[in-house]
Design a protein around this ligand. Structure first.
Ligand code: P6P
Length: 337
């Protein structure tokens, strides 16, 4: 008889490891779990319902908002507000951070930063998309209104981070700082089941993931690394394989399982990189370090040590297998990156 450990049981078991834990973080995760199940339902019928396609507005990024972006943002915002343990959120879909005004929320100890539906432009072509979340303890006094300082914390202060990937199966992968665990959603019984305990990224891999369409604009060190990936070398199993889905969560998840490196450098269109530090780079960097990998924003620059200055600031991102990121770091240190 197979033993099913659900996400809920896993959270309770792990909570026992933190005697001081008051169960609030568990409650926070249950709200994320609920929103993820609802989004799973909507994404898997998106092609049928009139919920695909643009919503007609542009978000703070100036990107055309897909209807599911808007829906996802509302779902996660409402779920996170209901439990009272969160005093506010920042979202890719919200220009300003959102203050939860209920008294129960002002007592909340946590803030959540979220990309509700990353890669949403892929929905209409049936390619995997994801939700990315990052959780901090607030720095402002409990009982007061949340402040911007609560959101502008360096990534190493995260107490938890994770993602949901809505792919061939829906998975929730997260860490609270003691390793990374993956849960696969079983829609027939409506629960996330532990399917990938203690995920560790291989120290080496043979996959590099980058949008080579921007090659001519890449820094010299990145160009040289790409050529390195393409050279013959039996010992280091090169040439590597190029895989780029164009959905960060999907590219990240594949590399986490198989080993590999994901790169989003600066380019002419994105002089500071495209990805957002607070709700894309930091949570993914937290996870990859917890899984034994590495995440840089530039030569020797650990993503998690960046001191944020604004909610939607961008930064370059190089993350994945430790030895692959170290090799890239040599190139961008010597030639620029
Ligand atoms: P490009 C999706 O828009 C996203 O934010 C990430 O999910 C993805 O990795 C990246 O941008 C793709 O960007 O410029 O290669 O299309």
């Amino acid at each position: 008889m197979e033993i099913i450990k659900t996400l809920g049981e896993f959270i309770i078991d792990r909570q026992m490891e933190y005697p001081h834990a008051s169960g609030e973080l568990s409650s926070l995760f249950s709200s994320i779990r609920l929103a993820a199940k609802i989004l799973h339902r909507e994404i898997n019928k998106a092609g049928l319902a009139d919920i695909t396609g643009a919503a007609g507005d542009d978000n703070v990024q100036g990107e055309e908002q897909q209807k599911l972006d808007v829906y996802a943002n509302e779902r996660f915002k409402n779920a996170l507000a209901q439990r009272g343990v969160v005093c506010g959120i920042a979202s890719e879909e919200e220009e300003e951070f959102v203050k939860f005004q209920e008294t129960k929320n002002r007592e909340g100890k946590y803030v959540v930063l979220i990309d509700p539906l990353d890669g949403s432009s892929n929905i209409d072509v049936n390619v995997s998309v994801g939700t990315i979340f990052s959780i901090y303890r607030r720095v402002s006094p409990v009982g007061t209104q949340v402040t911007e300082a609560d959101f502008l914390q360096p990534g190493h202060a995260q107490i938890a981070a994770g993602y949901v990937v809505y792919g061939s199966s829906t998975m929730l992968v997260y860490s609270t700082g003691n390793g990374v665990n993956g849960f696969t959603y079983d829609p027939t019984i409506g629960v996330f089941c532990l399917s990938h305990p203690n995920l560790q990224i291989p120290a080496d891999g043979t996959i590099y993931s980058i949008n080579e369409g921007n090659y001519v604009h890449f820094p010299e060190g990145v160009k040289k690394y790409i050529k390195y990936c393409q050279e013959e070398d039996a010992e280091t199993k090169r040439p590597y394989t190029s895989r780029y889905i164009g959905s960060l969560v999907s590219d990240f998840h594949r590399n986490l399982i198989k080993g590999g490196i994901y790169l989003y450098p600066t380019s002419s269109r994105y002089p500071n990189g495209k990805l957002r530090l607070l709700y894309e780079c930091n949570p993914m960097a937290f996870l990859i370090e917890q899984a034994g990998g590495k995440a840089l924003a530039g030569p020797g620059q650990r993503v998690l040590d960046i001191e944020p200055t604004s909610l939607h600031q961008r930064c370059p991102l190089f993350l994945g297998s430790m030895n692959m990121v170290d090799r890239l770091d040599q190139f961008i240190t010597e030639f620029g990156g």
